[in-house]
Ligand binder design. Structure first.
Ligand code: DSN
Length: 452
């Protein structure tokens, strides 16, 4: 490659990915076929419009690609309509608003701090700026570390009846348990709202039969294609039979919202890669993959619980684990775990926990998951190893905190002191010899499980 700068960065990223353990639950490794298709000649084409109705010529192959992708999506998820053009999850969700609501209409979704997504109506998102949003949270005054449905359906119903939303979202980015789509549908039906299920996180599990499907209950389903579904970055919007019954024009409205409502030319290379990912998800091996993701998540959860960590929902029923670090490190300390684990070659993200005692800027939890490492072939033995290493890293942070004095508590520091303390932590922790040792252990194991 002539561009030495980018070439070097690609090599460094390849090394980082190969030598590390990837636990960000929304990430995965696309197959080499999917990656190859992304750089195919389809990258060069413009094709505004839909199959057989394009604004430019030369789309005879693109048309076939898009038709194949649509048909595979419909078959895999058992729906009568699919649009495969959204550039990614956020524009897909915005298209749903455009198709079902007018600016200023009331919409309802799960609060970001309770595990929801920005595009489900958060006030900094366009969805919260152009629409009147009502946000529901999780149950309060319960033992959130016990396995139980954490949604407060009475409260959600009350909010829906009071505010009469046009659109209700179900789906999250940080919820470790299965969704009861039926209960959300009952509420949406009672107030005449569209129910949109954002299955971005669990789409691969649904496709592989390891999570219930919202198809009988929701009117609209959105999903990214690069998380558990293991495709390229991208998204799809589907309409169910129930959705078409509520509004026979819903598919057309979704199409118009995506193009020309929000987007220009679809990324045809991405559409082709989505088609390949859907083909892969239709194979019987994908069922095994989906089941193994959940199994791995449960094993990893148990190791963390046995090591003294408190997990939201008492463990995991899907691909995702949300751990509360307050009892181990105090409130606001997710950032230290993320940083130290990064140095140890384990990637995950800091995250708010339900009833967050600190703040979204300094969340008290970490979010991790198993889709990526399951793709690399890891199973029970490796999950136990990774869980043990995570606990060791957390212990290193705990010891570091103890060295700051017996009354030290990060969350008691002033705003300025917090920033200074993080800088000091960054400088000190990078020299920690135990972390360096863990990183080499992680690398040794990671290299045994190649990236596709
Ligand atoms: N960024 C995604 C996630 O990590 O869950 C959501 O958009």
């Amino acid at each position: 490659m002539k561009d030495k700068i980018i070439s070097k960065l690609i090599k460094l990223e390849e090394k980082r990915q190969k030598e590390g353990v990837e636990l960000i639950p929304s990430e995965n490794y696309a197959s080499s076929e999917v990656r190859r298709v992304l750089s195919s000649y389809f990258v060069n084409k413009y094709s505004e419009g839909y199959p057989k109705k394009r604004y430019y010529g030369g789309n005879e192959n693109v048309d076939e690609v898009e038709i194949v992708a649509i048909e595979r999506a419909k078959k895999l998820f058992n729906v009568p309509f699919a649009n495969v053009q959204p550039y990614s999850g956020s524009p897909a969700n915005l298209a749903v608003y455009l198709a079902t609501c007018k600016p200023g209409d009331v919409v309802m979704g799960q609060a970001l701090t309770a595990g929801g997504h920005l595009t489900h109506g958060h006030n900094v998102s366009a969805t919260g700026i152009f629409f009147k949003t009502v946000q529901y949270t999780l149950k309060k005054d319960i033992d959130i570390y016990k396995k139980q449905d954490l949604f407060d359906y009475d409260e959600i119903r009350k909010l829906a009846k009071e505010n009469k939303p046009k659109l209700i979202w179900v789906g999250a980015t940080a919820y470790p348990l299965k969704f009861n789509y039926r209960k959300f549908a009952e509420i949406a039906d009672e107030v005449g709202a569209f129910l949109a299920a954002d299955i971005s996180h669990v789409a691969g599990l649904i496709a592989g039969g390891a999570h219930p499907s919202p198809v009988p209950y929701a009117h609209i389903i959105t999903t990214t294609t690069h998380k558990t579904l293991r495709g390229p970055r991208g998204a799809m919007i589907m309409v169910t039979e129930k959705g078409l019954k509520k509004d026979p024009e819903l598919g057309d409205k979704i199409n118009k919202a995506v193009f020309p409502g929000l987007q220009g030319g679809p990324h045809d290379n991405q559409t082709a890669a989505i088609a390949v990912a859907l083909y892969e998800a239709m194979q019987s091996s994908f069922k095994k993959y989906a089941a193994q993701i959940v199994k791995n998540s449960q094993i990893l959860s148990q190791v963390l619980i046995d090591g003294g960590l408190k997990l939201i929902g008492g463990g995991s029923e899907n691909h995702l684990i949300l751990a509360d670090l307050t009892s181990m490190l105090g409130p606001g300390c997710g950032v230290f775990a993320q940083k130290a684990l990064d140095l140890a070659g384990i990637t995950l993200n800091k995250n708010t926990i339900p009833n967050e005692p600190a703040s979204p800027f300094y969340p008290s939890g970490i979010r991790l998951g198993t889709p990526a490492m399951t793709t690399r072939g890891m199973k029970e033995k490796e999950m136990k190893f990774i869980g043990k290493k995570i606990l060791e890293v957390l212990q290193i942070i705990k010891t570091y905190f103890e060295q700051q004095g017996k009354d030290f508590a990060f969350w008691n520091l002033s705003k300025e002191e917090r920033k200074e303390f993080i800088k000091k932590f960054d400088k000190d922790i990078v020299k920690n010899s135990q972390l360096k040792k863990i990183k080499s252990e992680i690398k040794k194991v990671a290299l045994k499980f190649p990236i596709p």
